[in-house]
Ligand binder design. Structure first.
Ligand SMILES: Nc1ncnc2c1ncn2[C@@H]1O[C@H](COP(=O)(O)OP(=O)(O)OP(=O)(O)O)[C@@H](O)[C@H]1O
Ligand SMILES: [Mg+2]
Length: 226
């Protein structure tokens, strides 16, 4: 299996949940898996790491790599990296991010990278998440919701990904509640409209259960065909 970049159609869509479950599933399958969240923004949490996402990813993969390798940039403002850095008067050095990614690649067999926001989320004036995926040369998995409106968001994301020439491994539908599309109909519609496979769908859970989601991923096309 390969390293993947986990992006989504929006913020709060389930990127961390899916990335953590994928790292957990890979680890349980005997792989040496590293995790990375190059940019994290938002409130600082008391989790042992500045970013709660980083804590979830590192715990799922049972990683003890230094925080500044896993998460080179943390901005305590809930905004895109571009907006947060501008407000704080800070510069972002992409060479630093890519060199930390290279270090992680040397330390582990595979790396699961979680993006920030969606694919066009700006990191700096002329550099967005899609540029980062390209520079990391990773295939991407796109997490989409089952809410009404997801077809538009997913097709917009896929169009942008194609424009940037990204390798797309597939979509994962993360059910966001009882309301919204019937998931098997949504899967068919998304596959017919986009030609991109839906790797699996994850049901809504009252309490998210990384181990259960890892089992779903292990029996999905992602593991079975890799
Ligand atoms: N299948 C699910 N069932 C129930 N709750 C879920 C499910 N997937 C994710 N969640 C919850 O939804 C919230 C957002 O999920 P998550 O943090 O994974 O999204 P994200 O895309 O990583 O967000 P961000 O853009 O902030 O990084 C979290 O509280 C998470 O526990
Ligand atoms: Mg996240």
């Amino acid at each position: 299996m390969k390293s993947f970049f986990i992006t989504g159609t929006d913020t709060g869509i389930g990127k961390t949940t899916i990335a953590a479950a994928l790292a957990f599933a890979m680890k349980a399958s005997g792989m040496d898996v590293g995790v990375m969240k190059p940019f994290a923004t938002g409130d600082q949490k008391k989790t042992g790491y500045k970013s709660e996402d980083v804590a979830i990813l590192a715990n799922a993969a049972q990683i003890t790599d230094p925080e500044d390798l896993i998460n080179p940039y943390f901005f305590p403002i809930p905004a895109s990296p571009y907006a947060a850095a501008s407000r704080l008067g800070l510069d972002i050095d992409m060479r630093l991010v890519l060199s930390r990614f290279e270090k992680l690649q040397a330390l582990h067999d595979v790396i699961i990278v979680e993006g920030v926001g969606g694919i066009l989320t700006p990191i700096s004036r002329n550099y967005c998440v899609a540029d980062l995926i390209k520079d990391m040369a990773l295939d991407t998995i796109i997490v989409a919701s089952s809410r009404i409106g997801t077809i538009n968001h997913t097709l917009l994301t896929l169009n942008a990904a194609k424009k940037y020439g990204l390798g797309i491994r597939g979509l994962i539908i993360n059910e966001s509640g009882s309301e919204g599309y019937d998931v098997s109909e949504l899967k068919n519609d998304l596959e017919n409209l986009s030609g991109v496979p839906v790797l699996c769908s994850v049901p809504y859970m009252k309490k998210t259960h990384i181990e259960k989601i890892a089992e779903i991923l292990k029996s999905s096309a992602l593991f079975v065909m890799s």
